[in-house]
Write a protein that binds this ligand. Sequence first.
Ligand SMILES: Nc1nc2c(ncn2[C@@H]2O[C@H](COP(=O)(O)OP(=O)(O)OP(=O)(O)O)[C@@H](O)[C@H]2O)c(=O)[nH]1
Ligand SMILES: [Mg+2]
Length: 300
Amino acid sequence: MKSGFAALIGRPNVGKSTLMNHLIGQKIAITSGKAQTTRNRIRTVYTDERGQIVFEDTPGLTGVKNRLGNYMAEVAEKTIGEADLILWIAAADDGIGAAETEIAARIRRAKKPLILCMNKIDQVPERSKLMESIERYQHLAAPDELVAVSALKHQNIDLLLDTIYRLLPEGPMFYDESTVTEQPMRDIAAELIREQALRLLRDEVPHGIAVTVERMRERDDGSLTDVDATIICERDSHKGMIIGRGGQMLKRIGTGARIAIEEMSGSKVNLKLWVKVRREWRNNETQLKSFGYDVRSIRR
Ligand SMILES: Nc1nc2c(ncn2[C@@H]2O[C@H](COP(=O)(O)OP(=O)(O)OP(=O)(O)O)[C@@H](O)[C@H]2O)c(=O)[nH]1
Ligand SMILES: [Mg+2]
């Protein structure tokens, strides 16, 4: 049997979380067109007759200058350090800039088996352009293997799984074969609410949002799950935008999140949302911890 930890590393917005969801065949990590969607390490498990791959999705590597940004960078750093294999995700329609050069240097220092996953190939229909892009990245990181994929269109996902197995060491199963994630349902529910906020709100507002779920409980007769959650934001003006005129925006966020939580939990959901202001929470250690951004949580 083959088994091990595969870290998904790369710049924000290249499709790491989308790719992980497609690799395991289930939506666990939230995704959006905005950078810095993922803030925590999201661990998922893929098991088949060949063995077990433990995927670890990470926040995109950027230099965001606040404590939350430091935490996110530390998550990626620790995940690289503990991985058996690194999947460097890049987007085929992106050029190489300072961020890529830095990530390549960091990955080379780790001296671990490396697969370069060139994602979003659907965005670069001209083969010659795609090859050019791939060559530049190969030159930068000298990967052991290269796989061109489209996470969104589910192209070459099986090929990527084959390639991962080829590079993984022999080893035991770390999780029960039925395990897909050990993330508690209420944490996933909080993320699904944040995902709607990221998709529906503009500019700086979604980046300053955290979500906590105070209660998630199925009623005794099994008919409904009650979810009480709070959206935390940084300013009164942001709170106004989150609620929207006549409560319209909060209603849209709530409806989208309710449907997503219902899909995930397989139960009808009654979602109640509150909005609170916590000034500068992204720079406040105590508040960061209470919203789930705690370095203790990234120990294996
Ligand atoms: N066209 C295209 N878009 C993709 C593909 N994969 C992901 N995307 C889109 O790219 C955007 C970013 O995807 P995410 O999976 O959230 O990216 P990420 O790398 O996890 O981003 P962070 O968590 O912010 O670091 C989303 O709008 C996705 O739908 C792909 O193969 N093709
Ligand atoms: Mg992500």
